[in-house]
Structures are given as structure tokens and as C-alpha cells.
Design a protein around this ligand. Sequence first.
Ligand code: ZN
Length: 501
Amino acid sequence: MTSEAAYAELIRRTKEAAVLSSCGAVLGWDERTYMPHNGSEFRGEQMALLARMSHEMTTDPKVGECLGVLGDSSLAKDSPEAVNVREIRRAYDRAVKLPKELVEEIARVSTRAQQVWQEARSKNDFPAFQPWLEKLVTLKRREADAVGFKDHPYDALLDEYEPGATSAEVRKVFASLSAELVPLIAAIGQSKRRAKREILERDYPVDAQQAFAKEAATAIGFDFQAGRLDVTTHPFCSGIGPGDCRITTRYNPRFFNEAFFGVLHEAGHGIYEQGLLPEHFGTPLGSFCSLGIHESQSRLWENQVGRGRAFWEYFYPKARQAFPAALRDVPLDDFYFAINEARPSLIRVEADEATYNLHIILRFEMELALLSGDLKPADVPGAWNERFQKMFGLTPPDDRQGCLQDIHWSMGGLGYFPTYTLGNLYAAQLMDASKSQLQGLETDFARGEFGRLKSWLNEKVHKPGRSCRSDELCRRITGEGLRHEPLVAYLRNKFGALYDL
Ligand code: ZN
């Protein structure tokens, strides 16, 4: 086989596997939006079949043969072909290192563990979940050993979500971030100023919420000719393929933030998916860079833009028209303060921009200790509460509001949490760079114009696909790799003004 033929065959197979798994994505979206309750067992069969077929396609020995032929071919460094080969090889090597029996065991245990976790959380019964957490930590440790790592088993797991990142680098950035955030949050806690949260807990009719959120998502650049917005319990964005990206939300008629900021968040993910190059669909060049970069796009639109003052100078008069009963007597300043209220709280998904990252840092530290064996699953509740008290000045009254609150561990998703804070860090760095490269962005926002920022993100972040690692992408765009300072400066500025610090 010539190297041209090997490359063509490799791309053909990779694209075909991607088309197949996109069929699974449609079924997955349907399962979480419209599928009737009794369809779940059969849907499970459909999904399992597709997952098995797509695993077989990506680990087919023919793929290994093509990669072998291309191994010592003379693809120009950083050429599109070299990028595709490098990333396909990376995924293939990882997949073939994992014994089939281990992959199946993790799938089986995590399916059951999610059910156990759900019940344990509702009954506040950590001991019921503990043996399953033990099993999952052992299995994930075996996965890390099979994949291989240099310094810490965590690196092997993190690499799946954030290619190239290491726990040592993440630990360093998170430690610097935490050292700045803890005193900032304490100062906010001591401020005499209080937001009027009650403003957001008035009547917000669902129809009006939906129309308003769609208007905002359209304004920032989500294309509804190539996407949909539907209702679900746990919101997500699914980029099915070129021309088809599904975002979801949930509406609370007595709370404004949930759907509105949820839609901006998912639309940010969606704009990234819609910005990937369709001609490269299914190959690394047409895929997102990493989960951290994906999250940077959702957080940038949700927080940096959507919770900003300029954004609401344009949208607040519209919000008052959409929700006259709730907002008639509310000045913009009060509304802006309310949507940006910061205070230590127990639940990660309800946390504000300032405290959110501490929730992630706590989970990251615990995951490191679980994988290295320094922390036994039985000691998780005590360790959680002790760390929580140190970081937030609060102790969870029960495990339901403490170590049992998130689904990730029950899914075997150790290594996933850091990508949320990496997203916040990258979002702040990207926003700074966009503001220095494009003059007058805030003036655009105050006029309801977001096109220049969106095009800039399309060019700089979306079109490169997976051509380089997240840290390198950040360096190319901003001149520097991952740093904590821009996020800290942004939070200090914003909350300093709101809380008079
Ligand atoms: Zn997200």
C-alpha cells in the first residue's frame, strides 16, 4: 500500500465511524428529549449496538495497518494530513491498549453505579454508594495503568478529555487560582452590599422565556437553520454533524437564570460545533480541540458576554417588555447585580462565577488522592466536608449536598471535572485577547452586535479544529499558554465594583 492509498483509506474509515456515531448522537438526543418512557430498554439495545460497531470500526486492524504504512512516510509536519494522522493514531493507540474486558466491565459497572448513586443521593446514603465508588476507582486505576502515564495515574484519564494536559500543570494553575479566590470570596462575604435575588424569583412565563432566550441565542450567532432548541431535564448540546446541532434547556417559571443563562451556555457550545469546518467532518481537523476549549466557548458567551453590563444595556429593555410583571419596577442596576450575585453555596451547578472554580478545585484534589490511593472511598464524606469548610467557610449538612451531589464519579468520569475550570481560564484569556485585537467590542455588545466577536472566534478557535493542543491554541491566539491571572483580574474587577471591595 502506498502512503497516499493508506491515508485515503484511513480517512474513509474514520469518517465512516464518525457518521455511524452521529446516528447514535441523534438517538441520544431523542432519548433525552422526546422518547416515551417505555422506549428506554429498546433504546439501550440500539445504543449498545452502535457503540460496539463504532468501537470495532475505530480499532479495526486495517486502521493499524494504514497507520503503520504512514508511520515513516514523509508527511510535512503540521500539514493537515499530518494532524489527522497524529490524532487518529493517538485515539487508536489508546483504544487498543485497553483490554476489551476492562472496557466492558467499566461500562457495566458505571451503568449500575449511576442507578445506585441516584438512589443513594435521594436517600442521603453514602454507604450504599461506597462499594460502587471503590469498584470504579479500582477500574479507572486499571485503565490508567493500561494506557500508561509518566508521573501520576490521573494524567492517563485527564488526557482523554484534555489531550496533552498533565495533572502537575493543572495542579499548579489551580493552586494559584485558589490562593486568589479564597480571600476574594471571603471579602465578598463581608461586604455590606446585597443583591436583590428576589427579582429573579418572580413570575417568568415559560413561553416568554423561550422566545427571549431564542432571541438572545440568535443575536450571539447560534444558527437556528442549522440547529434546534428543545426541553430536557439535564441540559446539553449535541453537535450531530454539519448543519445539525441540537441544544437543550429546562424552564423554571419562578426563576429567570436557569433557562436564560443555560441557553446562552449551550448556544456557546453550539456556535463552536457550527463553526467546525464541514469538509473535515469526522476527522480531527473538523473536531473540537478539547473539552476545556469547548467549555471556554460556552462560558465566554454565558458569563464574559452574557452576564456583562454592556450585554444588558441592549437586552434589558427587551427583558422588561418580555416580562413586564416581573421587571416593571426594577432598574437595570438592580437586575445586573442580581444576575451576578456571588456567595458561597453548597451546590456546584448553582454556583456563581467567583465561587464555581473552588467547587472544581475541591473535586480535582479529591480525585487525585483517590487515584493515588491516598484517599480511601470510605473517607470521602469526611474529607469532602473538611475541605469544603476550609475553602468556603461552610460545612455541608448532609452528603446529598456534599460528596453525593454530582453524577460524574458514578459514570466513571474521573478526570472530567478540571475541564470546567480550564474552560473558565481559557475564556478569560480569549476574551482579553479579543478585546485587545478588536477595538470597541463592548460598544458592539451595547448595540446588540456580536458578529465581530463570533467571527473572531470562528477564525481563531473553531476553524483550527484539533490541529494543536489546547495550551498551544491559547498560546497562538493570546501569546501565552494557560494562566490564572486573566480570570482573577476579571473576577476582581467585576465583583470589586459590585461589592465595593
Ligand atoms: Zn458546558
